[in-house]
Design a protein around this ligand. Sequence first.
Ligand code: HEC
Ligand code: HEC
Length: 233
Amino acid sequence: MKTYILFMGLGISLGLFFLTAPATVTFESKESKTFAEGPVFNRIRFIPGWKRDIWIMAQSHLGLHAEFKNWNKLAIVVDKSQSPTVATFYQLKQDGKMELSTQPLPYKARCFACHADGPRAIRWNHESEAIVPNALESAALTVWNLRIKIYGHVSSQAGTTFQDGEPFRAEQPVYKRPLGIATCERCHSATGLRNALSLEHLGTALFLVRSGYMPPFPFQLTAQERTALELIR
Ligand code: HEC
Ligand code: HEC
């Protein structure tokens, strides 16, 4: 009887969560900054599916109040029917709609430099002066981050190729050199929990290490590894 009531309670809370879950969440990114180190605002929508999930993100480098149809629009399509899971990346036409449009554009940034393993965990600035997600939105972000983590080892791929714009990933061979930090390779490797990291990912790696997110507790970098990471720059 007790278990029954417990499950019913759980069911009701889950149901309420999905009924009231926000469709999109807007926040100030902790990691992304403008060239002048100013805030970058992101609005994310998650569209789960049986075979593929779609992540749409609109991004403003021009402040929170820039007209929404001028926000950059990006998408990641995660194909869960392949093994390993494949994520394809798109730069979309800006139209103010949080949907997958059919008109991809040349990339404005090298997606692979930050997205070594499909969608990235969302980290928002809790002290933002402009916008902080409310309790319900924070709960949605937490659920989305769990989803992102559970994808595990993902292969990031270009969804389109154009002559102009930025390439999806760096073409110079030096960027393909492994990052070569043993503690990180316990999880980030060709056969690991997460995809391998190379020199192309150094910027993101340094941000995550300096902010204390990587390596996750209880793993620790040795003093030598820490020096090596800072010296590769
Ligand atoms: C400078 C690093 C950087 C680059 C370059 C970058 N992203 Fe991201 N992206 C992020 C981070 C970090 C997040 C997670 C949100 C946050 O914490 O701000 C993210 C989130 C996203 C999301 C929302 C789903 C998720 O992963 O959480 C989409 C969609 C996305 N990026 C698409 C792209 C596409 C397409 C490109 C290439 C045109 C790109 N990104 C380039 C850093 C980057
Ligand atoms: C115990 C396993 C583990 C170890 C060890 C680890 N990571 Fe991660 N790393 C993760 C997981 C899980 C994620 C995705 C979720 C997140 O961002 O929190 C991640 C995300 C990342 C990302 C973003 C690309 C991606 O895979 O989503 C980078 C870059 C990264 N880690 C760098 C490092 C570096 C550098 C080290 C070593 C200092 C390290 N990690 C050690 C588990 C690990």
